[in-house]
Design a binder for this molecule. Structure first.
Ligand code: NDP
Ligand code: 8X3
Length: 253
């Protein structure tokens, strides 16, 4: 059965790959993001292939706007089956005692509070219908801190705990909760983390074949299509030469 899938941060990287993979799977999509022009490009690309797409432009940190957008969904789009809480970012990579207050606020407001906002807005309808799936994009960074990752790692650790808590709270329903924990995925992530320093960002992926957004989207689509009695609770997805959040074996050339 095709589903209505809402993806946050659908304009880039893992979110964009999820949009394309869920579309290939025959689902209808609510794509949200901050960049209206990019959302419009993706809508054109996917509708040309026969996918029904609705776009919502808002920042997940803007609770009022998010609420307004979700409450104003046209009737035929109100029954969201899958919520992919993907919007998120890392800002900075420095010792905790030298971190930027502003970067910390942005990460906490987006990765934790934005994800909670979307969950709070969408999940009550799922509970009413006794149907739904929340797929949170956590990270290997949430399993253990790595050097200079401090606050970003803490936000992803929160995503794990929030996912675990929600899974318990909806265990009396048919709703499923999945926490996907990617390792090194080559997207715009490092450009954002290093505030546009593209050379520093490129070095993150030197000497190792990183994961792609598609690799993560494949797992998201798999989890969403597992038989109804199967709850893919958590998946850690690493690049092959990555042993953990901090162990990455790079080739010399
Ligand atoms: P990208 O930078 O390519 O994509 C991030 C997406 O999130 C963009 O669409 C971005 O939109 C959106 N976003 C950021 N802040 C907000 C906001 N306040 N409101 C709405 N949308 C927002 O990075 P990734 O695809 O790699 O990141 C996606 C998720 O995956 C994040 O949660 C990240 O933490 C997680 N992750 C990434 C890994 C990696 O190695 N790349 C590994 C593990 C987890 P905009 O362009 O407007 O900023
Ligand atoms: C993104 C992957 O290893 O940079 O969450 O934290 S990592």
């Amino acid at each position: 059965m095709n589903k209505t899938v809402l993806i946050t941060g659908a304009t880039s990287g893992i979110g964009l790959a999820c949009a394309r993979k869920f579309a290939e799977n025959g689902d209808r999509l609510i794509l949200s993001g901050r960049k209206e022009n990019l959302l419009s490009d993706i809508r054109s690309e996917l509708t040309a292939k026969g996918t029904e797409v609705l776009t919502l432009t808002f920042d997940v940190r803007d609770r009022d706007k998010a609420k307004q957008c979700i409450q104003a969904l046209p009737g035929e789009w109100q029954e969201i089956d899958v919520l992919v809480n993907n919007a998120g970012l890392a800002l900075g990579l420095e010792p905790e005692y030298e971190g930027s207050f502003e970067d910390w606020e942005t990460m906490i407001d987006t990765n934790i509070k934005g994800l909670l906002t979307m969950t709070r807005l969408v999940v009550p309808g799922m509970v009413e219908r006794n149907r739904g799936h929340i797929i949170n994009i956590g990270s290997v960074a949430g399993d253990a801190a790595y050097a200079n990752g401090n606050v970003y790692c803490a936000t992803k650790s929160a995503v794990k705990t929030i996912s675990d808590g929600l899974r318990i709270d909806v265990a009396h329903t048919a709703i499923r909760v999945t926490n996907l924990k990617p390792g090194l995925v080559e997207t715009n992530f490092s450009n954002t983390r290093f505030h546009g320093d593209t050379e520093r960002a490129a070095n993150v992926y030197k000497g190792i074949k990183p994961l792609t957004g598609d690799d993560i989207a494949d797992v998201a689509v798999y989890a969403a299509n597992a038989p109804a009695h199967v709850q893919i609770a958590e998946v850690l997805i690493l690049a092959t030469h990555q042993g953990s959040g901090s162990v990455i074996v790079r080739s010399k050339e």
